[in-house]
Design a protein around this ligand. Structure first.
Ligand code: GDP
Length: 468
């Protein structure tokens, strides 16, 4: 069971010295890298808030803001912020790079955030998953406008699914941004704010699994920029902190700089060679690093690293969202979304059969149980692919005294259960045990556009990889 290594790889030679035309910028070690995803129902105000955050933290100047606001209006684009980000990347876009999730950067006194703006429409949930899979912190935007909070929080509204997904994808801190609190809508009505907070809290704790101390609530007006950078006198009952202070205070999850290098590839473009996008989940990537692109086990060498501000840097720490320029034998299709960059001598595990713990959410009405042979889509780090549940090894049940025990080999399992399963993939994929690298060992299963289960990788059967 060996993966075939394409012939093209033979004869790849590293270069010993790498030279640059651009200026190399020192890595900013004074700010911790972190990533933030905006989630919530369509029209809650996510893009508006992103835009104002960037403006207020000095990432976009007033003239540029005005220019893009105007342009977005003319082109009937609903978000000037996204228009701005996309404009930076117009060059990349014309080279065929698709923008799946909007990206931007924001700096607070102690953090450097990469911001992902997840589209709110139902069809875009997979993109939202990608955004959340990359994020350390999520901001759940809720509109306080009469009727809008209610619509977003309905059974089919995105508020619920997004919040649940974000939790399952590893986001442990959730900033609940109660937006549209201004004069035009609810006149900073404290009772309205309290109703929303007490309306969503039980759901977030009981059904999503957030802890009370991981939830932070704030009333703002994204449109007027109130309570984002400064507290507004119009809201007498909220004493702070501001949204920027909140974001500055959140500790990103611990990542292991001494661990093996792992960079799941989110996207790539062909521009000045091959450039891969991704977040360093473990280890430190350096210019000159000789890496393997798994699962194809292709050699490559890092010849450029661009930080989230697109500056050339010599290395990137875990947690950084970067673009990596690599040299390889053949530029065509050799790096793909879902691949993992890792050292030659410490390859990311490859498998097509693994054991996982699944928390089953709500199954589809016409497929109310899971039996061996059940097919669904799996989203794991940057991978989206079809899987088959091969075996049900056990289901957790409660005994007479209310203690959990594992009942072996159940015939089927249903909504709400916690089970141990064996899962097979169509082709070998790179993953890690959940306990080793969390972000590469957790996944979601989706069926017909609905999230049906959350999973953690317990162990895997390694696929043998031929040395090159
Ligand atoms: P998204 O779909 O969540 O990204 O929402 P947008 O940022 O595109 O905003 C949707 C609409 O709500 C736009 O017409 C905004 O102008 C409006 N909006 C956003 N934030 C506020 C706010 O704080 N107050 C008011 N009154 N309107 C807002």
């Amino acid at each position: 069971d060996e993966t075939v290594v394409p012939k093209k790889n033979i004869g790849f030679k590293e270069v010993s010295e790498i030279t640059f035309e651009e200026e190399v910028v020192e890595v900013d070690e004074t700010r911790q890298p972190s990533s933030l995803v905006f989630i919530g129902h369509v029209d809650a105000g996510k893009s508006t808030i992103c835009g104002n955050l960037m403006f207020m933290t000095g990432m976009v100047d007033e003239r540029t803001t005005e220019k893009f606001k105007q342009e977005a209006k003319e082109k009937n684009r609903d978000s000037w912020w996204l228009a701005y980000v996309m404009d930076i990347n117009d060059d990349e876009k014309s080279k065929g790079k698709t923008v799946e999730v909007g990206r931007a950067t924001m700096e607070t006194p102690t953090k450097r955030y990469t911001i992902f703006d997840a589209p709110g429409h139902k069809n875009y949930v997979p993109d939202m998953i990608m955004g959340a899979a990359m994020a350390d912190v999520a901001a759940l935007v809720i509109s306080a406008r009469k009727g809008e909070f209610e619509a977003g929080f309905e059974r089919d509204g995105q508020t619920r699914e997004h919040a649940q997904l974000a939790r399952s994808l590893g986001v442990s801190k959730l900033v609940v941004v109660v937006n549209k609190m201004d004069e035009e809508t609810v006149q900073w009505n404290e009772a309205r704010y309290n109703d929303i907070v007490s309306g969503v809290t039980p759901f977030l704790i009981e059904q999503c699994g957030y802890k009370r101390e991981d939830l932070i609530f704030i009333p703002i007006s994204g449109l007027n920029g109130q309570n984002i950078e400064k507290l507004t006198p119009a809201c007498t009952w909220y004493q702070g902190p501001t949204l920027i202070e909140i974001l500055d205070n959140i500790e990103p999850p611990k990542r292991n700089a001494d661990g093996p290098l792992r960079v799941p590839v989110l996207d790539k473009m062909k521009d000045r060679g091959v450039v891969a996008f991704g977040k360093v989940e473990s280890g430190v990537i350096k210019i000159g690093s000789k890496l393997a692109v798994m699962p194809n086990n292709l050699k490559c060498q890092v010849v450029g690293i661009y930080n989230c501000k697109l500056e050339l840097v010599r290395y990137a720490n875990p947690g950084e969202n970067i673009q990596i320029k690599v040299r390889m034998i053949d530029d065509e299709n050799l790096i793909n979304k879902g691949d993992v960059l890792c050292p030659y001598d410490n390859l990311a595990p490859l498998t097509d059969l693994f054991e996982a713990e699944l928390s089953i959410l709500e199954l589809l009405p016409h497929r109310p149980i899971i039996t061996p042979g059940y097919k669904s889509m799996m989203h794991l780090h940057t991978i989206s692919d079809e899987i088959v549940i091969q075996t049900l090894a056990g289901v957790y049940e409660l005994d007479g005294s209310g203690k959990e025990y594992l009942k072996k080999n159940p015939k089927y399992c249903k909504s709400g259960s916690k089970v141990i399963v064996k899962i097979s993939t169509r082709v070998p994929v790179c993953l890690e045990k959940y306990e080793f690298i969390e972000h590469m060992g957790r996944f979601t299963l989706r069926d017909e556009g609905r999230t049906i289960a959350l999973g953690k990788v317990l162990r895997y059967k390694p696929t043998v990889v031929k040395k090159v």
